[in-house]
Design a protein around this ligand. Sequence first.
Ligand code: FYN
Ligand code: ADP
Ligand code: MG
Length: 575
Amino acid sequence: MTSDAQSTELTDGFHLVIDALKLNGLNTIYGLPGIPITDLTRKAQAAGMRMISFRHEQNAGNAAAIAGFITQKPGVCLTVSAPGFLNGLTALANATTNCFPMILISGSSEREIVDLQQGDYEEMDQLAIAKPLCKAAFRVLNAEDIGIGVARAIRSAVSGRPGGVYLDLPAKLFAQTMDAEAGRNSLIKVVDAAPRQIPAGDAVERALALLRSAKRPLILLGKGAAYAQADEAVRALVERTGIPYLPMSMAKGLLPDTHEQSAAAARSYVLPEADVVVLVGARLNWLLSQGKGKTWGGKDHKTWGGQKFIQIDISPTEADSNVRIDAPLVGDIGSCVSAMLAGIGADWVKPPADWLAAIAERKNKNLAKMAETLSRDPVPMNFHSALNVVRDIVKANPDAMLVNEGANALDFTRSIVDMYKPRKRLDVGTWGIMGIGMGFAVAAAVESGQNVIAIEGDSAFGFSGMEVETICRYDLPVCVVVMNNNGVYKGTDVNPTGGPDVAPTVFVKGARYDKIMEAFGGVGVNATTPVELRKAMEEAISSRRPTLINAVIDETAGTESGRITSLNPQSANKK
Ligand code: FYN
Ligand code: ADP
Ligand code: MG
């Protein structure tokens, strides 16, 4: 190429970052403008990308994380340096913990000054801080390396066990110029970013042999199975083996919760009673009592219950992390489940009838008990009578995305609101965190185009409530229902000193969260009865207008820490 040609067209760091993302089909950025990435947000929008601006980076980060879960492409979050980066980092760490693919891109200050600690504007060694909290972290110093940096970030985020990646882009990089043609040539369109991982034949045979020996088999579906988008294979595994299955929270809907093989309503019966458990994209972490203890029929909290496990997972180091895994099956879920199906012929013997009958009995008892509770109409409204409405609305709108956080608002929704389709339930995940609500809701609407219903505890909502403005600004079809019981867990605690401060778990009584939505032009409704709640939700779904319903719940309803009270230490000293 002649030097003339080189000088006629130039590109710069801003454009190369945008071009690299677009080349790889990453067309949406969740972020918050400011020094040094303001112009990047403008140029991204000008280049036809969807730039969704938030009010706080943590919410943008959560949006990117859940976009990754829904789409299998890394969700991109863009922040400013130091504090903006740290705000986004919380979401990046959470994404990594949950195995959601995400790339946090943060601008950073002058390397020379940061490294000599000479006191730059927003000085921070962001790369070093990000490293232990994510799957991989990279920094790009030269414009010609942007293509490589973005490619490495994408591969790291989605290959193997998905997770969060940090990409550090110093301010000086953006203005660096280079020849446009050379710039184009430096970009990489990543080929086969998340390669299939085929399980070894002997591992498949080992798993099938163990499964054949089972008298009381159980399939446990985790959010890894939902993420994998191997929905048909997973359904075939369940239906062709006839084995009862239990969905983890975000795996609800992988098969409809009303499926006759669902053992969700007999959870505390099937876990200790099962003899062989197939874990499909689920870890034996705290949500499954580490695979041992009383939940699994062990004598005390450390004792193994005697189950044998088949674990299907893409991470080869996941097996044996808590209890012995007799048949690890390493590979992507689609390939592993398909390989198992190939070995499951028409002569597969269904599980013994007494096992299925025993589960059905427990399940029907719990379903009947639930139906009775849901048929009541107490005054004031409680979680059950409010969620009975949500249950009907979700049933009538199975394509709607359901976001859910809180303690009681989370636990009751999980067991009351049936899901009918995969990847529709988005919740607090592996850490059980508060604060994902509005970030998840925004991304769920942006990525799916569907109605979003966000069931929020009043405390949980507070962590991301300002994003109601974001929902209104982008006119997203999000219906937020705040389960308002005046506090964390409930609103009845009192200050034992009799002093003027309220108890630490109590909020302003009778708060009107619906007014926050009205402040930005959305629809706010104060609902004190199931009838009012139903009408407001139906209108929100059909109008697709941003809506916030303040559902006034009995302030005495709710348990401290919900279903995980046992994790909440209480002082024995009554003073
Ligand atoms: C479930 N159940 C049902 C149904 N579905 N009954 C009737 N109908 C339906 N559809 C029953 C189920 O059999 C259990 O009863 C009970 O309801 C609870 O079910 P769940 O929620 O699946 O089981 P459990 O024991 O709560 O599960 C443990 C858990 C879960 C840790 C996986 O609690 C969880 O995901 N928690 C996340 C908590 C969290 O992150 N909180 C945020 C922080 S709160 P039995 O079988 O009779 O036991 C900070 O304070
Ligand atoms: P849950 O909380 O629902 O039990 P976890 O997040 O604990 O689910 O577990 C998800 C598991 O799924 C992780 O161990 C992860 O490695 C695995 N996983 C994620 N994606 C895939 C995939 N495509 N194929 C196989 N395993 C996967
Ligand atoms: Mg509350």
